[in-house]
Design a protein around this ligand. Structure first.
Ligand SMILES: Cc1cc2nc3c(=O)[nH]c(=O)nc-3n(C[C@H](O)[C@H](O)[C@H](O)COP(=O)(O)OP(=O)(O)OC[C@H]3O[C@@H](n4cnc5c(N)ncnc54)[C@H](O)[C@@H]3O)c2cc1C
Length: 431
């Protein structure tokens, strides 16, 4: 049996069985047999989660032999099988369409990304799953179900953590292909605190990055524009796109791991060479998503939008007094509210605190401290990133928790899609 490992190489599994159904009918038989035999099945996407969410501990189901396609139908797009966000974007682009928003990379499967509530940034833009208007799945009981836009079940299933069944097809809303005008300005911390509300309100996309111990924040804004495409007009973006930046960055990370005292110096070098003020106009996809970065560890916490300034001050203070320096960029993003039961933005407009570190020993100290900070703000962790919450705690954080649990009991009564991860974060199916 092949060993399964996630992209970050932080989670591995040695499943006892590999299941490769060829079509929906065989998939339904596979799941109903598993339900009657009391076996557990897990289908990973592309493994781009840090949490154990995708680990196939018992039977590993793959879409290797299942059909995979992306079909544009007017303003909608139908995605089947293990198609990635990148493949989806390629097809949309060729037909003059785009997704309304994207996260930082497009290597994930569309089904995996929406399963965990993957998001981009922009105060008026919800998580990607909010754009799902149709879903076909085979439930844990082996029943083939099709959920349309008017079916109230669809909303409850939009973020499902792979715990309802195996999704075979999604239909998503799209927009006409457009360009973004991106601006990067570097601001001192005080100026960020003063201008944050205005920046959030006045831009379609807003992302804050900072490298610890540099003393300024990179403020990225991006807005729709008809201005002509400028291309990747900064050398560093161009180098990143052709794959030259990453080996350099990986080497700097390795130096920082060997000699942690050099990390602040490396950050100042990276800031000076890569993050000067600049502007460009490119397709939304090229502005918002970037090549997959060097391996690292991530915690990401959705807090109520109105708590952003307090949380940010506390987060900066934590990094100031820490006797370690996270060797990776730190990130703040904004996402609109929705009413999806397991969306981290359920019922509240949110800011996402993204704490990242590549050095495993720094991550082991930093990430728990950030999780503790988030608890004071009722933070909801990103399902695909590192977190230590259990279902008792999570149930208090999600107002529509019971809706999802009722759907889970209906779609997977025997717990075929359960795993040690779902036991911890969702509890047993019967609870
Ligand atoms: C470099 C990097 C950058 C990232 N950037 C962002 C970002 O900008 N914004 C953000 O929000 N997140 C981001 N993430 C997190 C990532 O988007 C999520 O973890 C996402 O879920 C990963 O998709 P995947 O295809 O790898 O799914 P996996 O991690 O493999 O699986 C996630 C879940 O989906 C389920 N699943 C997959 N396929 C099916 C199916 N067919 N039926 C039922 N369940 C299924 C799995 O069982 C599992 O429960 C990033 C991750 C990485 C590594």
């Amino acid at each position: 049996m092949p060993r399964w490992t996630n992209w970050a190489r932080t989670v591995t599994a040695t499943p006892g069985e590999l299941l490769c159904p060829q079509d929906d009918e065989e998939l339904a038989t596979t799941l109903s047999r598993a339900a009657s035999d009391g076996r557990r099945v897990k289908i990973p996407g592309s493994g781009h989660s840090w949490s154990e969410i995708a680990a196939p501990n018992d039977a590993w189901l793959t879409f290797q032999k299942m059909p995979r396609s992306v079909v544009v139908e007017g303003e909608l797009v139908r995605v089947r099988g293990a198609s990635t966000l990148g493949e989806l974007c390629d097809t949309l682009e060729a037909q003059g369409r785009m997704l309304p928003n994207l996260g930082s990379v497009t290597a994930q499967t569309v089904i995996g990304a929406t399963a965990t509530g993957t998001h981009g940034t922009g105060a008026t833009l919800p998580i990607l799953s909010a754009g799902v208007v149709g879903m076909k799945l085979v439930t844990g009981a082996g029943e083939r179900v099709s959920l349309g836009p008017d079916d109230p079940t669809l909303n409850d299933a939009r973020v499902h953590l792979g715990a309802l069944g195996v999704v075979t097809e999604l239909t998503l809303r799209t927009l006409p292909r457009q360009r973004l005008q991106e601006r990067l300005i570097n601001l001192p911390f005080d100026a960020v605190l003063e201008r944050l509300d205005e920046l959030v309100a006045s831009h379609r996309h807003l992302r804050l990055w900072w490298l610890p111990k540099v003393g300024c924040v990179q403020v990225y804004t991006a807005d729709l524009t008809d201005a002509p495409d400028t291309g990747p007009n900064a050398l560093t973006i161009h180098l990143d796109r052709i794959g030259v930046q990453q080996p350099i960055f990986t080497m700097l990370l390795a130096i920082g791991r060997l000699l942690p005292a050099l990390v602040p110096l490396i950050h100042r070098f990276a800031q000076a060479t890569s993050f000067g003020d600049r502007a460009r106009v490119e397709d939304l996809r090229r502005v918002l998503s970037m090549p997959v970065p060097a391996r690292h560890h991530e915690v990401e916490l959705a807090i109520p939008r109105e708590a952003t300034l307090d949380a940010l001050k506390e987060w900066w203070a934590l990094l100031d007094r820490a006797d370690y320096v996270p060797d990776f960029v730190q990130e703040l993003r904004f996402v609109a509210a929705d009413d999806i039961p397991l969306s981290p933005c359920s019922g509240r407009a949110s800011a996402y605190l993204g704490g990242y570190a590549a050095n495993p020993s720094t991550a082991a100290r930093y990430l728990p401290e950030l999780l503790a900070l988030g608890r004071a703000y009722a933070a909801r962790p990103h399902w695909g990133k590192v977190f230590d919450h259990d279902h008792a705690e999570l149930a208090t954080l999600y107002p529509r928790w019971a809706n999802f649990q009722a759907l889970r009991r209906r779609f997977d009564p025997a717990g075929v899609l359960s795993s040690p991860f779902t036991e911890r974060v969702l509890g047993p199916v019967s609870s």
